[in-house]
Design a protein around this ligand. Structure first.
Ligand code: FE2
Length: 586
């Protein structure tokens, strides 16, 4: 039985396909349209899912949608009426998309996909809950979902038991810790629903002591937090409930200055503000998690919703709360809800026992050696071919050790926002210049952001002060841990200002070639760790196809591309070089 899940029209549209309860394919639409965070109907992602199984929409038993649009529209109407006439302009500009798209989902699915059955809708936070619990290793778990907003819910907790999911309590719009974080993201001059992780990265440059951080004391006034984790926000500090902007004039006054322009200097006040919102988020989450545990008495925790991508807090959960184990969906934000609704239909609605644990995030398209060869030949790309894995690992680890920047394209594309060794850029973390080299050649990111390290799971405790056994979400780059002091200056490009690292742990069975490469590099350098950053042009989504990867390499300063068993060097193909920075928009 095939079940198709769909998520779209907010951010990160996606599709996921289940076959008898097993996730066989899942991808975000942005990877195909090359439009970052594409919200449009995921026609390309659905096509990929169906084609990967050699089936058509007629073979799909059920189609599920990740939220209830009419309930969401009710909230939009309600907030419009409650804040009229201030809301009028925003409401009028949003109306056409509601009438033409968002309230016509069954019609669109029928028209675009030729699907003739009923479409099943579930509430957004239920889709989040299902996306993490039903594919987790736990038969029973406490579930916490936290995001910007679904229909009405912004935070919820409950219990998962077998195939049942019960959400016990919720916090409703406009009160939202996710939207508070996004408001500060906007205040600091970064893009909302895209750059929240930059605020998280900036926070340790600020004062992380709540006793002495004045921005914390100020910002803390906007939220009334109770002991049970329930909270209300003073909405006079925000305008997101009736406008396209987020912070109000009053919030700017409270924080001591106007919204920062994207090119303005980041001063200490900005850094302290980033620290303040991170501290408050951690405080709120700790209270919610602790309260949820008291209600459920279940020591297994599963998380989802955009706030679950806060890897800095995730690394602290087992210290700060009573939970003993934690699992997080790699695509914890809205992209993951297509998988959630499909799993919910199969297990919770239809009652099929659970038969799947998500072990990795490699659910996207793959390209055969023949397809890659055909691409290289068709475009006259000069390349060489490795005889086998052993030769590949030996040569590529040497290239990395010699400080080459390598585009690494292997197997199925990752599901979720992180590159995890299928569409990654890899380089040498031991070189103190490497952060600058990567920024100069390809990433052009803010200086305050370090790169992420990948390490084989059994080596992680040597280099990181991590929980033991190391929680599985570290496989998805969702846990930040302190790097052990003696190693910090040996891997400077992946060490953050506070000594932490957003590591990816890799297990042999997940991706033997990638695992082998990290080990092989370790033999040369003495440290089995690589820099792993996403394979993309600035402002664009992670590459999907060989064409995307080649174009990215030729438009940036990536030295070579290792794609399947082929090695393509940038310098061997001067005819295709171009400057992606001229067109970068981020
Ligand atoms: Fe969400």
């Amino acid at each position: 039985m095939y079940i198709l899940g769909i998520s779209c029209y907010y951010h990160d549209a996606s599709a996921a396909l289940l076959k008898d309860g097993i996730i066989v394919a899942a991808a975000e639409e942005e990877r195909f349209t090359r439009k970052k965070h594409d919200t449009s109907f995921p026609l390309n992602a659905v096509r990929f899912c169906l084609e990967s199984q050699g089936i058509t929409i007629r073979d799909v038993a059920h189609v599920g949608f990740y939220e209830k649009p009419f309930l969401k529209f009710e909230r939009v109407l309600h907030q419009h009426l409650a804040t009229f006439p201030k809301s009028w302009k925003t409401f009028v500009s949003a109306l056409p998309s509601w009438i033409n798209e968002k309230l016509r989902v069954p019609h669109t699915i029928q028209k675009k996909l030729g699907y003739r059955g009923d479409v099943l809708f579930i509430e957004h936070h239920l889709a989040h809950a299902a996306s993490t619990f039903l594919v987790s290793p736990f038969q029973r778990a406490t579930i916490v979902t936290t995001d910007g907003v679904g229909e009405w819910t912004t935070t919820a907790y409950g219990i998962g038991d077998g195939t049942d999911i019960t959400l016990l309590k919720e916090i409703r719009f406009p009160h939202s810790i996710g939207l508070l974080y996004s408001t500060i993201t906007a205040y600091l001059g970064f893009s909302v629903n895209n750059s929240e992780y930059k605020v998280m990265g900036l926070a340790p440059y600020g004062n992380m002591n709540p006793e002495t951080n004045e921005q914390y004391t100020r910002l803390r006034r906007v939220i009334d937090l109770k002991e049970d984790g329930s909270y209300r926000m003073d909405m006079s500090y925000f305008v997101y409930h009736h406008a396209d902007r987020m912070p109000s004039q009053k919030l700017c006054e409270l924080l001591g200055g106007p919204v920062r322009g994207p090119k303005d200097e980041l001063v200490q006040r900005h850094k302290d503000t980033a620290a303040a919102v991170q501290l408050i988020t951690e405080e709120v989450l700790t209270k919610i998690l602790t309260h949820a545990y008291r209600q459920t008495k279940c020591e297994n925790l599963v998380l989802s919703g955009g706030v679950a991508l806060n890897s800095v807090y995730n690394g602290k959960i087992l210290h700060r709360t009573p939970f003993k184990r934690v699992w997080i969906q790699p695509n914890a934000s809205d992209g993951g809800t297509s998988l959630g609704v499909a799993s919910f239909i199969y297990h919770t609605l239809l009652g099929h026992p659970r038969n799947y644990i998500q072990q990795d995030a490699y659910l996207g398209p793959r390209y055969s050696r023949g397809e890659v060869q055909a691409f290289l030949d068709a475009h006259g790309v000069k390349h060489s071919l490795f005889r086998d894995d052993k030769h590949l690992l030996s040569a590529v680890s040497k290239l990395l050790y010699e400080n080459q920047v390598v585009g690494w394209f292997q197997g199925r594309m990752e599901w979720g926002p992180r590159a995890l060794g299928a569409r990654s850029i890899l380089s040498n973390p031991c070189n103190p210049e490497m952060q600058e080299i990567l920024n100069l050649k390809v990433k052009h990111r803010e200086k305050f952001r370090p790169f992420a390290p990948v390490v084989c799971v059994e080596d992680a405790p040597t280099y990181f002060e991590c929980d033991l056994p190391i929680p599985e979400p570290a496989d998805f780059m969702l846990m930040v841990y302190p790097i052990r002091k003696k190693w910090r200056n040996k891997i400077p490009s992946v060490t953050h200002v506070d000594g932490s690292g957003r590591l990816q742990t890799i297990r042999r069975e997940q991706n033997p070639l990638y695992y082998g490469l990290v080990k092989e590099f370790g033999k040369l350098s003495g440290i089995p760790i690589l820099i792993n950053t996403s394979f993309n042009i600035r402002g664009e989504p992670i590459v999907c196809s060989p064409h995307d990867a080649y174009k990215c390499m030729m438009g940036t300063g990536i030295d070579c591309l290792v794609i399947d068993h082929f090695l393509v060097r940038r310098e061997d193909n001067p005819q295709h070089q171009w400057d992606s920075e001229k067109y970068a928009t981020d």
